[in-house]
Design a protein around this ligand. Structure first.
Ligand SMILES: Nc1nc2c(c(=O)[nH]1)N[C@H]1C(S)=C(S)[C@@H](COP(=O)(O)O)O[C@H]1N2
Ligand SMILES: [Mo]
Length: 188
């Protein structure tokens, strides 16, 4: 009886026995021969049909804005002009916050990272978004700051205590006053 089995099937059966691992029962001798080629270091195209999957990125991610998170970040002086008024402010780069909190990779963005955006919400319901790609120094390189002081004083309640300021922008429409939260979202 054993002499009637194809030689590769016999090899396959003995390979299973020698590894001692639980194996799914082969459905056919043909499949068993494929397994044998796997054991010998060959490739079963069925096991490699899907491209490698990037690990999923959490979304939404709420970025902490508390003093303990902001205090260690680098502070910069900012001069920003809007509506013919020039402000002299201080704050931390949004990029530094996003990287320090692990929300944004330090490397140039690629793949799904290019579909993520920062949503800034204000207490009065105003909101604006910036894409991560426009903040990436190798892409848009847009400077956006979380400002907490202007003209040497903490921001007044109607503006602060935190305000986003993007000094390079031609209009201050995305300079979100009364900043309440920052959320990073993968575009659905
Ligand atoms: N929270 C909040 N931020 C906001 C707005 C707003 O209505 N609420 N208006 C935006 C727009 S359209 C502009 S032009 C500027 C106005 O800033 P200013 O009031 O300091 O001139 O703030 C931006 N930030
Ligand atoms: Mo505006």
């Amino acid at each position: 009886m054993i002499r009637l089995l194809p030689p590769l099937l016999i090899l396959g059966l003995s390979a299973c026995a020698s590894t001692g691992q639980a194996q799914r029962a082969p459905a056919s001798a043909q499949e068993t021969t494929t397994n044998v080629s796997d054991q010998a270091g060959g490739h079963d195209p069925r096991l490699h049909a899907a491209p490698p999957q990037a690990p999923p990125i959490a979304s939404p991610v709420i970025v902490p804005l508390d003093a303990a998170t902001l205090a260690p970040l680098p502070r910069e002086s900012i001069t920003a002009t809007a509506h013919e008024r020039t402000l002299h402010c201080e704050g931390v780069p949004l990029l530094a916050l996003l990287r320090a909190t692990g929300v944004m990779p330090a490397e140039p963005l690629r793949g799904v990272q290019l579909t993520r955006y920062v949503q800034a919400d204000a207490r009065d319901g105003y909101r604006a978004v910036y894409s991560l790609a426009e903040l990436d120094p190798t892409l848009g390189n847009r400077k956006v700051f979380l400002v907490d002081r202007c003209e040497g004083k903490p921001l007044a309640d109607e503006d602060g205590p935190l305000r986003l300021i993007a000094p390079e922008e031609a209009r201050p429409a995305r300079w979100v006053r009364q900043l309440k939260s920052i959320t990073v979202i993968v575009a659905p």
